[in-house]
Design a protein around this ligand. Structure first.
Ligand code: DGL
Length: 271
């Protein structure tokens, strides 16, 4: 079988990476995808660098057993801490969400003030801010961890009074900074898009890192001659390290459609 037909491997700390799969399916409908969600160890956004790096390597090794042609690190917390070390360890192309989201944000900002909202791990890594400053050192970056957004999204509370109050409180420093672009630097945040948009005002442009990484994957596959051009819809396989049924139930919210089969497999226990 030609390498182009091999699947794209995607991993995340849990469910949230399905927002990236959704964009991959939209932009690359012919690609086969193998997804691994580390539901046994989610959340990553509250964990240390050491733990996130170790888990990310285990997840990557799980995907490699499925003969993937590329690895997409859908998790912002993993992309922030583990991308470099993953790239050093494995030969295949590995893409993270930070650079595509940061590049788009820099391109969109006229006022040169960009807000970044993400998990505590992603914010404390400083990776978005560094990447933005590397592109344009004159840009001011306003960082804001929003830890409650992950459970709110998983609970399906996208736009109730609690979500509205959390958004108002978290986003206040960004509103005060007069940022004209805000990066949704976490897999879950696209689900809270409406409430976030209302909190920052209609003129602020929100960057969905999932969309940007899917575009980057497409460009890279094209460049490497690895685009799957077989002409029919690709197949998606889903693996999680715990509670496949729970994943299946919540998946529809993140993916926009129901999934049939979720298998149990663990990055940590695979030999
Ligand atoms: N996937 C994580 C991220 O994008 C959010 C959930 C978690 O904290 O594990 O950072």
């Amino acid at each position: 079988m030609s390498e182009a037909r091999f699947p794209i491997g995607v991993f995340d700390s849990g469910l949230g990476g399905l927002t990236v799969v959704k964009e991959l399916i939209r932009q690359l409908p012919c690609e086969n995808i193998v997804y691994f969600g580390d539901t046994a160890r989610v959340p990553y956004g509250t964990k240390s660098k050491e733990a996130i790096v170790r888990f990310s390597h285990e997840n990557a090794r799980f995907l490699l057993k499925h003969k993937v042609k590329m690895i997409v690190v859908a998790c912002n917390s993993s992309s922030s801490f583990a991308l470099e070390s993953l790239r050093k360890a494995y030969k295949l192309p590995i893409i993270g969400v930070i650079v595509p989201g940061a590049c788009k944000a820099v391109g969109m900002s006229r006022k040169k003030v960009i807000g970044v909202i993400a998990t505590s791990a992603t914010i404390h890594s400083g990776q978005y801010a560094r990447t933005i400053k590397n592109i344009d050192k004159n840009i001011k970056v306003v960082n804001q961890p929003c830890p409650l957004f992950v459970p709110l999204a998983e609970e399906g509370w996208y736009d109730n009074v609690i979500a509205q109050q959390a958004a108002k409180k978290y986003l206040q420093p960004i509103v005060q900074s007069k940022a004209d672009v805000v990066i949704l630097g976490c897999t879950h945040y696209p689900l809270l898009r409406n409430v976030i948009q209302r909190a920052v005002g209609p003129k602020v442009f929100l960057i969905n890192s999932a969309k940007e990484i899917a575009q980057e994957v497409k460009d890279l596959l094209k460049k490497m001659g690895l685009l799957n051009t077989q002409g029919h819809r690709g197949k998606c396989q889903f693996f999680v390290s715990d509670k496949p049924q729970h994943f299946k139930t919540l998946a529809k919210r993140f993916l926009g459609c129901a999934i049939k089969n979720v298998h149990k497999g663990s990055g940590a226990c695979m030999n």
